[in-house]
Design a protein around this ligand. Structure first.
Ligand SMILES: Cc1ncc(COP(=O)(O)O)c(C=O)c1O
Length: 353
């Protein structure tokens, strides 16, 4: 379409900003003044509307409640020292969103609705993007099947929406993980690569079992053999053996992470040895036993990089060493410096609002 994509804007009468206690936020519980809503009906997208954040009316027979046609994205906006606001690689999220849509038989969302919608919404609520170390605005574009009726068939109506929540420096304490040897997150030919709501629902029960054992996350292994590492609940996984950086290749069971892709590029820029290949649990355990396993870390939008302190696989437990020259720390600093406009953006990842 054209540059002048039109979005209808209905502004809130009084901002909630002055009543918001930014020092005591719980992640994902507080939402900004506005949200975006765009309906797909009769085979086309209607005009997107930005309006005050609030409840939406849906009937109990709404298809999303029955057949789970629901997808989402997770991204962030950052404010630099001068007060300018940036998105990080938003096109990548848009592309991935539409890959998810396709897999769930949902309509693809045009670039102007997703990207221009995001930019307009963030710009309108830019005072909600706080400036400071680790502070950001978490952006949640999502789409649900909104047709009424319980026939098991794809919906003929959908709602694309964006809501936004102020986020703070993310520190959850030490993270130890269990490598899955029983439950699976995704299977060949399934929806693992899509950001489908049901993938997360399916992981909650095994994750609760892990939590009860004192482990904060699960590293999923391949469903067929449980012998190869895949990804964690909301993070892709990297392993450092010696000085080689390893990560599982993308496949139809793994979410193609934007942070993962960025880490791989930074590692390439730094001249590190990288191997994108299957990593077996056997290889990991052997490296742990012979001392060559130096780091495991997760990568994802929420926490950027999360160092893993220890892992358990069946009866084998291992605590990772504390390193002075950790790759995890280097990548975290480098990525945050780009996101907060403190470093050159060689790859054009920042998008100014
Ligand atoms: C299952 C899963 N894997 C990996 C990631 C990391 O992806 P990204 O770096 O794009 O946030 C996420 C979070 O979005 C996720 O939900």
């Amino acid at each position: 379409m054209t540059d002048a994509y039109e979005i209808v804007i209905d502004k809130i009468q009084e901002s909630k900003l002055s009543h918001t206690d930014f020092d005591n936020l719980t992640f994902g519980k507080t939402f900004t003044d506005h949200m975006l809503e765009c309906t797909w009906r009769d085979g086309k997208w209607e005009t997107a509307v930005i309006k005050p954040y609030g409840p939406i009316m849906v009937e109990p027979s709404c298809k999303v409640f029955h057949y789970g046609q629901a997808i989402f994205e997770g991204m962030k906006a950052f404010k630099d020292d001068a007060g300018d606001v940036f998105l990080f690689r938003p096109e990548d999220n848009w592309i991935r969103f539409n890959e998810s849509a396709k897999r769930l038989a949902m309509p693809e969302v045009p670039e102007e609705v997703f990207i221009e919608g995001l930019k307009t919404l963030v710009n309108l609520d830019k005072d909600w993007v706080r400036h400071g170390e680790g502070l950001s605005l978490y952006l949640r574009p999502f789409m649900i099947a909104s047709e009424n009726g319980v026939a098991a068939a794809p919906s003929t109506e959908y709602k694309f929406m964006i809501v936004m929540s102020p986020a703070f420096a993310y520190y959850k304490g030490d993270v130890r993980v269990i490598i899955a040897s029983d439950y699976s997150r995704a299977a060949d030919g399934g929806v693992g690569y899509a950001k489908a709501a049901g993938n997360y629902a399916a992981s909650f029960y095994p994750n609760n079992l892990a939590l009860a054992e004192g482990y904060q996350q699960i590293i999923w292994s391949d469903a067929a053999s449980h012998e190869y590492l895949e990804e964690a609940g909301t993070m892709n996984i990297f392993v450092r053996i010696g000085d080689t950086l390893l990560t599982a290749p993308n496949n139809d069971r793994i979410l193609n992470g934007v942070t993962r892709r960025s880490v791989l590029q930074l590692a390439k820029d730094a001249g590190l040895t990288i191997e994108e290949r299957r990593i077996s649990v056997k290889e990991l355990n052997e490296a742990a036993q012979n001392g060559s396993l130096k780091e495991i870390f997760g990568s994802g939008t929420a926490a950027v990089i999360v160092p893993i302190k220890g892992y358990k696989h069946k009866d084998f437990k291992y605590e990772l060493p504390i390193l002075e020259d950790s790759y995890a720390e280097q990548f975290k600093t480098a990525l945050k410096d780009i996101q907060y406009n403190r470093a050159d953006d060689q790859h054009g990842w920042r998008v100014k609002i």
